[in-house]
Design a protein around this ligand. Structure first.
Ligand code: HEM
Length: 287
């Protein structure tokens, strides 16, 4: 075939729309309001975009988890950086929906009952795989449903927290996973081990960088929770949610959740003897 010319026998070339399934994708926005309310389009698209990012985040977190289980701290750190960038997008995206007024929202809100972000199975998967293993989340999904099966599988698998602590154990730190129990008593010996990691950052710089990326990962989900609840307050005040919860009052309590509570706590016990970053990079230590 001459350069640039195609014969009828050549297989059809891949096109942008065909590869990305654009016509399928853009036909997935079905408004519930009738007559259609302008802002419902934004409301649907932003939720769909979030779910796509959740899918991508889970895809990356699964790889981070596998790398951690193989004790590849630097590879895990590299992909974790990507997760952090995705989380930044999740946080800033809230602003787009905040261009909707409470009155705009009320034009279609009643049509949404009883659907709610509360039922986002991918969001629950993110919580579980990150370290919050709470079996009661299953109660919101029908027995035998595909979503429930995925959550059950997640609950039976190691979490980021488990894998990080396994890596620390393999590198000589005496730590055990917290298994996501929010009511867990803080274990002083465990915190002391993590303080040791930070104080000896120069010796275990990859683990230290990983720990800092993990607390950032945790913080960014927390920032999303805060951003979401402030938007909720702006939209519906103290009304109950379409999913039946107390609305903002419920969401404000979720802000307490942490994937890595020990990483937050250890900071309290660091002192000016702990050594700075420059110190760690130079491989030096205070006498
Ligand atoms: C007008 C905009 C929004 C309002 C008024 C709103 C309201 C609420 C409320 C009241 C809840 C608590 C459960 C309930 O009773 O329904 C909730 C939960 C939730 N929403 Fe939204 N939401 C909005 C937008 C979003 C968006 C864009 C997302 C992105 C995926 C989202 C994801 C979630 C998630 C994941 C939960 C569960 C949080 C948890 O249980 O920790 N929401 N939302």
């Amino acid at each position: 075939m001459a350069f640039g010319l195609r014969s009828n026998d050549d297989p059809p070339r891949l096109s942008y729309g065909g590869y990305l399934k654009i016509s399928e994708l853009t036909s997935l926005q079905r408004l519930e309001s009738d007559p259609p309310q302008h802002d419902e389009m934004l409301f649907i698209i932003i939720h769909q975009v979030y779910e796509l990012w959740f899918k991508e985040l889970l895809h990356e977190v699964d790889s981070v988890l596998a790398l951690l289980l193989r004790k590849e701290a630097l590879g895990a750190h590299r992909l974790l950086r990507r997760c952090l960038e995705i989380e930044q997008v999740l946080v800033t995206q809230v602003a787009v929906l905040e261009t909707m007024t409470p009155m705009d929202f009320l034009t279609f809100r009643d049509n949404l009952m009883p659907a709610s972000g509360f039922q986002s199975a991918q969001f629950r998967e993110i919580e579980i795989v990150s370290g919050l293993k709470e079996a009661r989340v299953l109660d919101h999904y029908a027995e035998g449903s595909a979503e429930r099966k995925r959550l059950e599988l997640r609950l039976s698998q190691p979490t980021l927290q488990d894998a990080f602590y396994e890596l620390l154990t393999a590198r000589g730190f005496n730590v055990i996973p917290e298994n996501g129990s929010p009511a867990r008593e803080s274990a002083p010996e465990q915190i002391a081990e993590l303080v040791r990691l930070y104080e000896q950052a120069n010796k275990h710089y990859d683990l230290f960088m990983l720990a800092e990326a993990l607390i950032e990962y945790d913080e960014l989900i927390l920032l999303w929770r805060l951003r979401h609840v402030k938007m909720v307050e702006r939209m519906i005040g103290s009304k109950t949610g379409t999913g039946g919860s107390d609305g903002a009052a419920y969401l404000n309590k979720t802000v307490e959740r942490r994937f890595f509570p020990d990483l937050w706590e250890l900071r309290t016990y660091l002192s000016n003897k702990s050594g700075g970053c420059e110190d760690a990079q130079n491989g030096g230590s205070h006498g």
